[in-house]
Write a new protein. Structure first.
Length: 314
């Protein structure tokens, strides 16, 4: 793929990158492991809820999972529930034909398992109020999701980071839950998310070779404005603080476990052949990362101080 000196159109990008999509799809299918949500659910522990069948009403005492893990499980599940909106966004951008279309449908099918498995776990283990969860699902899905990023390069950059961020959040939620069954399930889900990240990350690496300055601008725009897809969720800010304070997903992890490893693979600060716009984007990226590092350190200091105060009181 030759480097071009002018911005490529969306159609040109789709055509030029389709062979890469095909190779990455073949690689993904070769390493992805088939798994079944029902095998991760302790069905024998379930019991009927109150309602039309006259079972037992849900109570917070039904589960010993800590509140931060419970909140994170709900946030993660509601995020997965918006899959129809995500499918619409990527299908609209990437299309439904050829290698692009095959990937869109494969990704959607794999993501669909995540919501099924997490909801079954939460219901059977009685970890959350099923009525509140269903009402939250209805509200969140009716709100839907629409990407704020125009163009495929920005969307590819976003999902490269977002898939890894989701993997980190799932794995840490499992650890904080204190339930080995929950941790096993979320580790399985996180493994899928990691493979999705690799697909998008590798595809954007090819875009850097094809149109380095255009891709640099896309990456900078995403890094400097990144938000998780659950940001439109009711009470998301409060929930995010609780999740961060519990060490499930915080600013330090965002820097060290999401942005840094992905950017390390792309090597934007070693890249040559950038035009003036590309150089400007790279300078903006470097400046933002420096500020984010300072903010992450300050967050850690505030959290440590808060924990120390709580321990002294107890």
């Amino acid at each position: 793929m030759p480097i071009t000196s002018r911005p490529l159109t969306q159609t040109e990008l789709l055509v030029e990158l389709e062979p890469v999509v095909g190779r990455e799809l073949d690689r993904h299918l070769a390493v992805a492991k088939e798994w079944f949500p029902h095998e991760f659910i302790p069905w024998s522990e379930g019991r009927t809820f109150d309602g039309v069948l006259g079972g037992e009403a849900w109570s917070p005492e039904d589960s010993s999972i800590p509140e931060p893990a419970r909140v994170s499980l709900i946030v993660n599940l509601l995020t997965e529930d918006n899959l129809p909106s995500y499918h619409h966004e990527i299908a609209t951008t990437f299309g439904r034909d050829g290698a692009w279309g095959t990937w869109v449908h494969r990704w959607t099918a794999e993501e669909g398992r995540h919501g099924i498995a997490i909801r079954d776990y939460l219901t059977v283990s009685r970890a959350v109020d099923p009525v509140a969860l269903e009402r939250a699902r209805m509200t969140h899905m009716q709100t839907g999701f629409a990407t704020e990023y125009d163009g495929m390069l920005r969307q590819l950059a976003y999902v490269s980071f977002q898939e890894l961020a989701t993997r980190v959040a799932h794995r840490n939620t499992g650890k904080v839950s204190g339930d080995p069954l929950c941790e096993r399930l979320l580790s399985r889900v996180a493994a899928d998310e990691n493979l999705h990240m690799l697909f998008y990350r590798n595809l954007l690496a090819a875009a850097f070779e094809l149109a380095p300055s255009q891709t640099m601008r896309a990456v900078t725009d995403v890094v400097t404005s990144f938000q998780m897809p659950g940001q439109g969720m009711e009470g998301f800010a409060r929930k995010s603080v609780m999740i961060a304070m519990a060490g499930i997903y915080d600013l330090r992890q965002h820097c060290d476990e999401v942005l840094t490893p992905v950017l390390r693979q792309w090597k934007p600060f070693d890249m040559e052949g950038l035009d003036a716009e590309g150089e400007q984007a790279r300078e903006e990226l470097a400046a933002f990362l420096a500020k984010l590092e300072v903010a992450a350190t300050r967050f850690e200091e505030r959290r440590d101080a808060r924990r120390a105060r709580a321990e002294s009181v107890s």
